[in-house]
Ligand binder design. Sequence first.
Ligand code: ATP
Ligand code: MG
Length: 219
Amino acid sequence: MIHRVSRAAPIGILGGTFDPVHVGHLRLALEVYELLNLGAVRMLPLNLPNHREPPVVSAKTRLEMLLSVADGERLIADDRELRRGGISYTIDSLESLRVEFSNHPICLLLGADAFHGLCGWHRWQELLSFCHIVIVARPDADSALDPRLQRLIEAVQATDPDALRDELFGRIYFQPIPLLPISSSDIRLRIAGGRDISYLVSSTVQRLIEQRQLYRSAD
Ligand code: ATP
Ligand code: MG
C-alpha cells in the first residue's frame, strides 16, 4: 500500500496593487483555482510597494473594489498587508499565512513580469521555504531571465502539479493559462483619456470607479 501524506488543499496567494483589480487578475485566480484544485485563492492588496510609485487610490478603496469581486469562497480578499501598514513585503505575509495554514501547501501565484523581478524582493531567497511559486505567462513580460532565477528553476521546477499537493513549499511550477493583455496601468490611462473600460473590470468595480470619479487624471 502506498502511503501518501494527507494534506489540506493548497491555498493560492495572489498579491498585487489591485489599482484597480481587473479581469486579468480574476481570470488568473480562477484558472489556477480550477486547474490546481486549490482550496481558495487569497488576494492580498499591498499597502505600500517597495520599488515603485505608491498606489493612485487609497488602500480602503482598493480593498472595497476587491471585496466587490471576491466571492469569499473561491476568491478571498485578504487585507493582512493593509492591516500591517508600511511597506508590504510578501515574505512577512507568507510567515503569517504559514502559521495560519500550517497543514496547507501554499502556492504564490505570479505573473511572469512579477517573477522576473523576484531577485529585487526582500529576502527573496527565503520565499521557497514558505511556499511554492506558480508562474503564469503574461503578454509583454520581459524575455531575459536573471541567471539566478534560471538556476533556481533548474533546481526546483516541478513538471507534475501533484508535487504542489504532496509538498508544503519549495517548488516552482509553470501553469499555462489563456493570455489576457489587460493591466491596471492601461485601465488607468483609458479612464484618464475618457475611454470606456467596460468588460476590462467587473461591473461592480466599474460602478465604484464611476461613482467616485477615480483615476480621472493621468498621474
Ligand atoms: P499595474 O499595471 O499597475 O502594474 P497590473 O495589472 O500589473 O497593474 P498588479 O496588481 O501589479 O496588476 O499585478 C498583481 C499580480 O497579477 C502580478 O503577479 C501580475 O503579474 C499578475 N497579473 C496582472 N494582470 C495580469 C494578466 N493580465 N495576466 C497575467 N497575470 C497578471
Ligand atoms: Mg503590475
